[in-house]
Design a protein. Structure first.
Length: 148
């Protein structure tokens, strides 16, 4: 599978999953303007023929939108719930992408995988596919990383 096919598949999966979840959040509220503009990162590990991980880095407004759609809550969402939603979103994406990785990586979820909160790949991993979306709420970046 070529890199462009993998990134194309990943982008379609990300867009579809985000649309489904954000549509479930209901009417927009003021939550976008009530939370600091920071990035929230979640990840799941991928294990199999080679190891890796799928990371999701979301602007806080995007993370709270995901949380509202997943948990059915509005203003009362906490930063912890937003972080959990971003990690669960990574798990959903990994599950949807699993078929495209057959024979390359079998995915196993590891919510809360410790990653440094900085740009770039964690030590020992290289990015094999990356998708960045600009949404009304902010940006969302999904990286698929593989052990070197």
């Amino acid at each position: 599978m070529g890199l462009s096919t993998l990134e194309s598949d990943l982008e379609a999966i990300v867009r579809n999953a985000y649309d489904v979840i954000s549509d479930a959040s209901g009417p927009e509220t003021s939550r976008k303007s009530t939370h600091e503009s920071t990035s929230i990162r979640g990840a799941v590990s991928l294990q199999g023929e080679s190891a890796g991980c799928l990371t999701v880095t979301a602007d806080s407004a995007v993370a709270f939108e995901l949380a509202a759609g997943m948990f059915g809550l509005g203003e009362e969402l906490t930063a912890q719930e937003a972080t959990e939603a971003v990690t669960e979103f990574a798990n959903i994406l990994a599950g949807n992408l699993a078929g495209n990785l057959a024979g390359h990586l079998d995915w196993v979820s590891s919510p809360g995988l410790p990653l440094q909160n900085h740009a770039g790949a964690p030590d020992g991993l290289r990015t094999v596919a990356s998708v960045g979306l600009s949404l009304d709420e902010g940006s969302l970046v999904v990286d698929l990383l593989r052990a070197e």
